[in-house]
Design a protein around this ligand. Structure first.
Ligand code: SAM
Length: 275
C-alpha cells in the first residue's frame, strides 16, 4: 500500500490554491524586475541555479528558460502542495530542466552540487534566522557563483495618498503576524553582513519601490494580496470580519479614485558573489 501523503507544511500566508494563484499574479507584476536582476547578476545559458523557497515555481519557469535545456533549476521548497503545483507547471510548459526538492531550509542541508547561482525571493522574511541558510549556500555555490535576493527592507513604506488609515493598520497587522510566526518582514538589510561573514562579496544592494495608480499591475498585486490575505487572517483568527470588511471597503473606495497613489513595500535586491 502507498504511504499516506505527509502533512502539508504551510506557513503564515498559507499554501492553498488561492495563494498559488496570487503568487502567480505577484510574479507577473515583478517578472521584468526579476529578469533584470538575473541579467545584472550574469545568470546565463547553461547555468545551474538554486531557487530557494521556490513556492509553486513561477520564477523557476522563467529561470529555466533563461538557463536553457543545457542548464538547470533546482527548486527547493518545504510545502508539498507548492512543490506539486511546480512540478505540474514544469510539465505543462515543457521545462524538463526544473527539479523540485522538498526540504526545510532551516532543518535540512541544501541539495548536493556546485551551483552557479541562487535566487531567493520573499523567503527570508519567513525564516526565524537566515544565517544558516546563507552559511549552507556558501558550501553549495562554486567560487565566483552569485546569490540574488529580493527581500523586503521597509514593508511599512506601503501606504497611500490620500492616506488610508485602516490600510495602515492592516499593514502593521500583517507585519505582526509574520513576526508572531517567527519571521521578520524587514529582513533585507540584515543580509549583506551575513553574506560577508559567510565569504561573499556584496556586489550591489538596490532598492525597488514604486509609486503607482489604480490601473497599474503593482496596484493589482497589492490589492490581490489584501483580498486573499484578509481571508487567511480570518482563518488564523487574528482579526474579525467587521474590521476586514472595513479594510476592503476603504481599499475599494481608493481604487475608484483615478488620482489615488500607492507607494509599494520596499524590496531590496542584493547581489553577492562567493569569493
Ligand atoms: C511568499 S512565498 C515566495 C515564493 C517564491 N519565492 C516567489 O517569489 O514566488 C514564500 C515561500 O517560502 C517557503 N518557505 C517558507 N519557509 C520555508 C522553509 N523553512 N523552508 C523552505 N521553504 C520555506 C514557503 O513555503 C513559500 O513557498
Amino acid at each position: 500500500m502507498a504511504d499516506p501523503p505527509s502533512a502539508e507544511r504551510d506557513y503564515v500566508l498559507g499554501t492553498h490554491d488561492a495563494e498559488i494563484e496570487r503568487l502567480g499574479l505577484q510574479h507577473e507584476a515583478w517578472r521584468s524586475t526579476a529578469i533584470e536582476s538575473w541579467n545584472r547578476a550574469g545568470i546565463a545559458r547553461g547555468w545551474h541555479v538554486l531557487d530557494l523557497g521556490a513556492g509553486p515555481g513561477h520564477a523557476s519557469l522563467d529561470l529555466a528558460r533563461a538557463v536553457g535545456p543545457e542548464g538547470s533549476v533546482t527548486a527547493v521548497e518545504r510545502s508539498g502542495r507548492f512543490a506539486q503545483a511546480g512540478r505540474d507547471a514544469a510539465l505543462v510548459y515543457g521545462c524538463g530542466n526544473i527539479h523540485y526538492r522538498e526540504l526545510d531550509l532551516m532543518l535540512d542541508p541544501l541539495p548536493e552540487g556546485s551551483f552557479d547561482a541562487a535566487w531567493c525571493r520573499w523567503v527570508c522574511s519567513f525564516l526565524p534566522d537566515p544565517a544558516p541558510l546563507i552559511e549552507g549556500l556558501s558550501r553549495r555555490l562554486r567560487a565566483g557563483g552569485v546569490a540574488v535576493f529580493h527581500e523586503y527592507a521597509d514593508y511599512a513604506s506601503w501606504r497611500y495618498s490620500p492616506r488610508l488609515p485602516l490600510l495602515e493598520e492592516y499593514v502593521a497587522h500583517v507585519m505582526r503576524t509574520w513576526r508572531d510566526g517567527g519571521g521578520e518582514p524587514d529582513i533585507a538589510m540584515s543580509l549583506p553582513p551575513l553574506l560577508r561573514t559567510a565569504g561573499f562579496s556584496v556586489r550591489s544592494a538596490t532598492p525597488h519601490i514604486f509609486c503607482v495608480g489604480p490601473g497599474d499591475d503593482r496596484w493589482r498585486w497589492i490589492s490581490t494580496f489584501v483580498e486573499s490575505n484578509c481571508e487567511r487572517l480570518l482563518e488564523l483568527e487574528t482579526c474579525d470580519t467587521g474590521w476586514v470588511e472595513s479594510v476592503r471597503a476603504e481599499l475599494r473606495h481608493a481604487e475608484a479614485d483615478p488620482d489615488a497613489l500607492l507607494l509599494t513595500p520596499m524590496v531590496l535586491e542584493v547581489i553577492a558573489e562567493l569569493r
